[in-house]
Design a binder for this molecule. Sequence first.
Ligand SMILES: Nc1nc2c(c(=O)[nH]1)N[C@H]1C(S)=C(S)[C@@H](COP(=O)(O)O)O[C@H]1N2
Ligand SMILES: [Mo]
Length: 258
Amino acid sequence: MKPDLSRRRMLLGLMAGASAPFLAGCDRMTQNAEFGAVLRNTEKLTMGAQRLLLGAHALAPEYSVADLSPVFRANGTQEPDSDEYARLREHGFTDWRLQVDGLVQQPLSLTLADLKRLPSRTQITRHDCVEGWSAIGQWQGVALGRILDLARLKPGARYVVFHCADELEATLDGSGRYYESIDLLDAYHPQTILAYAMNGKDLPVAHGAPLRLRVERQLGYKHAKYLMRIEVVSAFDKLWGGRGGYWEDRGYEWYAGI
Ligand SMILES: Nc1nc2c(c(=O)[nH]1)N[C@H]1C(S)=C(S)[C@@H](COP(=O)(O)O)O[C@H]1N2
Ligand SMILES: [Mo]
């Protein structure tokens, strides 16, 4: 990336050169029609590449405190129905750990305090549920990319799987457990955070305490609540229904772009 950017700056400098005295020596070169055409084409190529990249990293709109929804509906599981979760909740989630494993060089086991010590991002965004409702909320948390950097990805890493505490459908084999997955592009998106606070307070149980995913350019069901474990994988086709998520296994799209 760096060489491209400095090359671009150099080219822009050259193109502005006609009026810059210290570049006067270049005038003859830039006036040469052929050389000018090469410069213009390179510029177009560089801009095209940048636009492509920017497109992939486009930010979801952010709002102001005045836009916050007075009521933010809770959807899906409102409280995981397990003794383990009840115990964690009773102890204020001090015993809770976020496991980070799979294709990483350094598996992690992080407390809520560990996560809160890392630099955080706060964003006010609109949540869009596929069922046809939206709400604007403020989320604070740590960039998922930062956690992945701490764990150091192994070659072959392509997707991040989120394993949740709740079973949305009671099953004997565990296939009713909520899970989700995103690719590394979304995982490293600047607005993709592991949120521990909502509207300025600790994340309420109904909204995924103690930690949930915010992946702002996708629909609500991608935003896994009640995170327990993050697993880095090369493919998710062997996991549960093989479609990369609880709702995906039941027919929803894996890429739920808004
Ligand atoms: N673990 C878990 N995560 C989940 C769900 C769920 O049932 N369990 N529901 C999803 C759906 S469909 C939506 S719209 C949002 C709802 O988030 P909210 O309860 O904070 O509104 O969480 C998503 N993440
Ligand atoms: Mo949803």
